[in-house]
Design a protein around this ligand. Sequence first.
Ligand SMILES: Cc1cc2nc3c(=O)[nH]c(=O)nc-3n(C[C@H](O)[C@H](O)[C@H](O)COP(=O)(O)OP(=O)(O)OC[C@H]3O[C@@H](n4cnc5c(N)ncnc54)[C@H](O)[C@@H]3O)c2cc1C
Length: 401
Amino acid sequence: MTSGRHPTPPARQRQLVGMVADLGPTFAERAAGYDRDARFPHENYADLRAAGLLGLCVPAEYGGLGADFATYGLVSEELGRHCGSTALTFNMHTATMLLCGQIADDLEMSPADRAEHERRRAAMYAGVISAGHIHAQPFSEGNAPGATAGVATLAVPADGGWRLTGRKIFASLSGAADRHNVICVAPDDPTIRFMSVPTGSEGLSFTGDWDPLGMRGTVSLTLLLEDVFVPADAELLPAGVFDQVASRWPHFYLTLSFTYLGIMRAVMDFTDGYLAGRIGPGSRRDNPQKQAGWAEMQVSYERAHALARHVLAEAGVDPTPAQVRRAWASMVSTMETAPELASLAVRVCGGRSLLRPHTLERLYRDARCGATMLPWSVEACLDRLGRAGLLDDTDTGAPHA
Ligand SMILES: Cc1cc2nc3c(=O)[nH]c(=O)nc-3n(C[C@H](O)[C@H](O)[C@H](O)COP(=O)(O)OP(=O)(O)OC[C@H]3O[C@@H](n4cnc5c(N)ncnc54)[C@H](O)[C@@H]3O)c2cc1C
């Protein structure tokens, strides 16, 4: 298994995490407003853009910061610690950078496809680095849980490109992204295609209301594509490569979980500060029941965090079946521990901790959203783990995602 051509050295990882940590207090201050108004964090994105962080996972040869997958995990966790909605939407942006960069480099392509891919990704990366483009990744259609299953969005060949028709649910960054990167299929061909639709394209629109429980700043409306023309160059991966991701680079689908690790960290930070009396009505550090609850929280957090870090270090091409199972287990552990930990924090800190402007009630709501996120939702991962080793369809070449 390799993890890309240029693994990021630890000192560089610390530096990149530090860049986000520097922005963190400002992001944390703004988070309540985005949550209250269910508004996209435009100001945070302006800061990310100014810091060069939109290019976090753009390879250095294209002018980016050149972070690899593992580094992204650490940076995303730090971002999630300060603003869950910013981290989750930044995940959608960065996932495309990784798909077309480190991950595509690890997968098979003909020399002609490789050369064409090189040309197309250079243009995409230039849009990010020079024009500050933000990318979104609306894949979900609500039809089936698999990464390559239930895709009904149709791409019909047209003169010079494709005409796209379909509907994506939970299109985070609705109206905020410059590019909406969708998966779709051509008629009579099950191969998944990955196409980039510019905002403003004729036939692209958003519909529905957005007033959810948590992750309110993601603004994830329903995206409609009605006979939208995209040029041939808008296909960001050669045909067949997206299907390879699902079977050969399945850790890609872990990326969502790093946001929730960060939210967990924020819950720990809050509880620590509240019990110690640095925030809230006063110290509770001498109360043995609070100490017992705090101890429980530390065990839960450390367990989930350790597994997540272990699995992050295993991410790469062609993982073993055991590594894939561990990745599913980590997804379940992170996405379930986050709301459990937030719930425990409410019990341990007490009623006044739920009052705004304390952050705990928002963290509690944001943390609850992770388990539903496909294709590696908690239910989908448990379904696969339940079959693993018993009904061997999970370990023998079937898409892991
Ligand atoms: C805040 C937020 C932001 C999001 N942003 C994006 C985004 O930017 N891009 C994107 O593509 N998606 C996004 N999503 C969508 C998300 O990934 C899921 O597609 C969505 O939550 C699924 O909706 P549902 O639970 O109603 O689907 P349902 O299909 O009703 O699934 C319900 C649950 O049942 C499980 N399930 C369904 N069928 C099976 C089965 N056969 N076996 C096992 N389990 C099964 C699912 O895994 C899920 O946990 C976002 C979701 C949220 C909450």
